[in-house]
Design a protein around this ligand. Structure first.
Ligand code: NAD
Length: 432
């Protein structure tokens, strides 16, 4: 299939149902902990949904109108926090579901944040770098005071990166009164290290995915050396997770991205594949040291560990039976739907749920926010050590609770996350 045909295929994929998925996961955990009915009502809806339409001048002089979203689900524990995604599948349903996942994730990680998410419905491969810059700056301007360093703090997500965050921070700061400009640097996290970013934020999510797998293996007395793994999505999360797993001795045997799927049971060298994608418009297609496989065969690849690190709703009842891995480590948000999960759990496959597995990203973002707020500069080794300590605590908390209550890890993670928010509401009451 050509690159263009593969992208069209991606666009057709259903994202409807992400909201059903997150609500089913929430309700099942809420039942388990007998969540107070009033708090269930509050957490079942989003606080604010901002939809902005804005014009941007294209390189050829034409004006195009874009639609951007920011959904703020809940801020009982602190400012809204969550990524911005540039993808054709971004819509209000996806933004709502992803914002809810952020609320559970920040609560579980013990951070002083709530949950938000947003993005723009677009295919970034169709735009030049200067068009993407103008789109980002105009989107930031349109969001105006709906974001802010103590109110709602975006971060990178699919098809956005540290460059996107640098443009956002610069636009936000440039539109403040002069005396407030530099004090607003922490309006976004995931910035480049030279512009207020945190050393190590780039790898924080993938490192967290790797650590979750390592902690899981330790509990099973399992050594990761020689274990085969597959990665869906070779972007920020997928690449860094693969990088750290390979360093630990595990072997990457298949990769899928938006453009194609490849396999080599003898092993695919992670850095070599990264170099190839850099020279190939970001795509793994036609990588010479692996074989092309069909998109539909990817999850059936022979392996021990499967890391979905692309989009939501990828592991479903359609392919859960074919999966060979004994562990799914969810780098992406919402990659496994409820039906797919039921099949996997019945088959004895373990799942490290997204809100735990990929929480290294938001923990790294929290450190960046603190660094900016306090006018500090942290070293890489310091950041990595802090991340490991924090993520080990979270992993142990979820693991122990799941054992004590005889729950799967996702339900255990949800129960712990929701209980923390419930306590905040009970202590504070409802205004007025
Ligand atoms: P990215 O844009 O850097 O990479 C996304 C990758 O997924 C690319 O390789 C792309 O080709 C691939 N992809 C897109 N559509 C695909 C499809 N239909 N099938 C297979 N591959 C496809 O994005 P990222 O930041 O690595 O985010 C990946 C996932 O991780 C998302 O679900 C995101 O919400 C989640 N996540 C990201 C962070 C972060 O810090 N970046 C934190 C937590 C969770």
């Amino acid at each position: 299939m050509t690159l263009v045909a593969e992208i069209k295929e991606t666009k057709k994929q259903p994202v409807r149902g992400m909201m059903d998925n997150v609500m089913e996961q929430f309700n099942s955990a809420a039942d388990k902990i007998h969540l107070h009915p009033n708090i269930r009502k509050i957490l079942s809806i989003t606080n604010n949904e901002i939809v902005v339409n804005f014009p941007v001048k294209m390189d050829n002089g034409d004006v195009e109108i874009f639609r951007g979203y920011r959904v703020q689900h809940n801020n009982a524990l602190g400012p809204y926090k969550g990524g911005l995604r540039y993808h054709p599948t971004v819509d209000i349903d996806a933004a709502r579901a992803l914002a809810m996942w952020m609320t559970w994730k920040t609560s579980l990680a013990g951070l002083p944040y709530g949950g938000g998410k947003g993005g723009i419905q677009l295919d970034p491969t169709k735009y030049s770098q200067s068009e993407l810059e103008r789109i980002t700056r105009r989107f930031t301007f349109a969001l105006a005071d709906n974001i802010g360093p103590e109110h709602d703090i975006p971060a990178p997500d699919v098809n956005t990166n540290s460059q996107t965050m640098a443009w956002m921070a610069d636009t936000y700061m440039s539109t403040r009164p002069p005396a407030e400009r530099t004090a607003n640097q922490h309006v976004v996290t995931g910035k480049p290290a030279g512009s207020g970013g945190l050393e190590g934020r780039d790898r924080a999510t993938g490192y967290g995915v790797f650590l979750s797998i390592k902690f899981w293996a330790e509990k099973k007395d399992m050594c990761l050396t020689g274990k085969k793994f597959i990665v869906q999505g070779f972007g920020n999360v997928g690449y860094w997770a693969a990088h750290f797993l390979e360093k630990e001795g595990a072997v990457l045997v298949a990769v899928q991205d938006a453009f194609g799927s490849i396999e080599n049971q003898q092993g695919i060298m992670v850095e070599d594949l990264l170099d190839y994608t850099k020279a190939n418009k970001g795509s793994i297609v036609d990588y010479p040291r692996a074989t092309h496989i069909k998109k539909s065969d990817f999850f059936a690849t022979n392996c021990d560990i499967c890391i979905p690190a692309a989009l939501g709703n990828q592991i479903t009842s359609e392919n859960a039976l074919q999966i060979n891995a004994t562990l799914i480590a969810e780098g992406a948000n919402g990659p496994t739907n409820v039906e797919g999960e039921k099949i996997l759990l019945e088959r004895g496959v373990s799942i490290i749920p997204d809100i735990l597995c990929n929480s290294g990203g938001v923990v790294g973002s929290y450190y960046e926010w603190l660094q900016n707020r306090n006018g500090e500069l942290w070293q890489l080794d310091e950041v990595m050590a802090k991340l490991e300590k924090k993520l080990r605590e979270s992993f142990n908390k979820v693991h122990d609770y799941s054992e004590e209550e005889n729950l799967d890890m996702r339900t255990a993670a949800y129960c712990l996350a929701i209980k923390r928010i419930e306590r905040a509401y009970i202590e504070r009451g409802i205004f007025p």
